[in-house]
Design a protein around this ligand. Sequence first.
Ligand SMILES: Cc1cc2nc3c(=O)[nH]c(=O)nc-3n(C[C@H](O)[C@H](O)[C@H](O)COP(=O)(O)O)c2cc1C
Length: 486
Amino acid sequence: MAAFTDLRRFVDRVDDLGELRTARGAHWDLEIGGVTELAQHRINGPAVLFDDIPDYPSGYRVFVNSLGSSSRTALVLGLPTGLSFRELLPLWRERSKQVSPIPMRYVEDGPVLENVFEGDGIDLYKFPTPRWHELDGGRYLGTGSFDVTIDPDEHWINLGCYRVMIEGRDRLGFYISPGKQGRIMRDKYLARGQAVPVAMSFGHDPSLFLSASVEVPEGVCEYDYAGGIRGEPVNVIRGRVTGLPIPADAEIVVEGFAYPGETNEEGPFGEWTGYYASDHRAEPVLQVKALYHRDNPIILGSPPGKPPTELTSYRGLMRSALVWEQMEKAGVPDVKGVWCHEAGGARLLVAVAITQRYSGHARQAGHVAAMCHAGAYLGRYVVVVDDDIEVTDLNDVVWAMCTRAEPEESFDLIRRAWSGPLDPRIPPERKGLNSRFVIDATRPWEWREKFPPVAEMSPELRTQITEKWAEQILGPQQPGRVPVGV
Ligand SMILES: Cc1cc2nc3c(=O)[nH]c(=O)nc-3n(C[C@H](O)[C@H](O)[C@H](O)COP(=O)(O)O)c2cc1C
């Protein structure tokens, strides 16, 4: 059973862990965003609860960097705290095999109904929504949020974390990248000339945020996935306007419709690639028909930006596990490691280690990692290495690339792959498609046995020397190679 099913109890647990800081008086206009960036850029930086925000009642709060440390991520995933993200990967891979979705539970009431507004009573400006980055086109209420949609044909419910900008007292602009499950559902309604029912939650237990922001397989509802992680069902209430399930314990929830043909300029917004690459474009608008919030609500914020951020740390862990699992399911044997590197926003640079078993194995691994569901969207480089390479260590990966890959033979190009407006390297007129570079940095199969030996101590000699000399020469720090940032 999870120790928390709402954001407030999670904040208490973070406090118990000694990882909570409270900031009073920071302004919603850029100051909260700036402090968040400082916290996010620090490896295992603190979670921050902002209170006494100018222009807003005391108690109306913003909580950021919820999953920005390995221990807080571990707390949500039901794993031991005090380990690095790298150390969590095998543990999460093991535990995730036991996690099976638990169906959401419908209830009649919950704290989210403490304040209910409809019609003229709706005012989205009543919350201290930050303007996160200097060039943002507006105030983004939705960053650590999720949208709830239902497929009009197959009737399964999807939760997706997509950015949401305030456009008026009862209007929200929401951007969903092409190919995302929420986008496919949304486009089905719009193509038929039908209004899209959408609910959005802006503060909730981070197991929901985490589930909504990773590539949960199609057809699996993220409420159920989060229930599986928690070990108990997520309580939901049937929304009175759309009938969509909304979290009973959420802080702030809206419901409404996006109407065909109705768009507004959304963006720019600082994004996970580290750029404002999608600029501003016409995007659908949610006409909010009902607003629900708890007393003294807390916005859960997770603004993207130049890596590393919260988004690249916990999502690096989750996506590495997913890519690994999907490679295995696709029949790639002997995968020994996968790491979606922070520098690539946990998408653009993926390193995969294998024990080579047959000719062509390395290319197979690289192409599957580049194209499986968890790895396909907006990737750029996949590097396949041998199992003596530590995939989480950028230095090791690049060393293998520099010494075992030969440009003439070791690179494959995949053209016209799944990308989108957020890709900074693709010019505006060609957004939507990019290419992938699969780099085979393994020892070439045909003469792998004759490849020059590595000029480094053998593991046996390393252990001997370390035991005898490391502390005396290097002091009490860890003598092994500790990857940067994880
Ligand atoms: C903080 C944050 C913001 C995100 N914003 C967006 C966004 O604006 N649009 C988008 O398509 N995906 C965004 N994502 C990524 C999606 O949440 C992610 O791809 C997720 O798997 C989508 O769910 P889906 O596959 O069910 O559509 C964001 C993720 C995070 C963590």
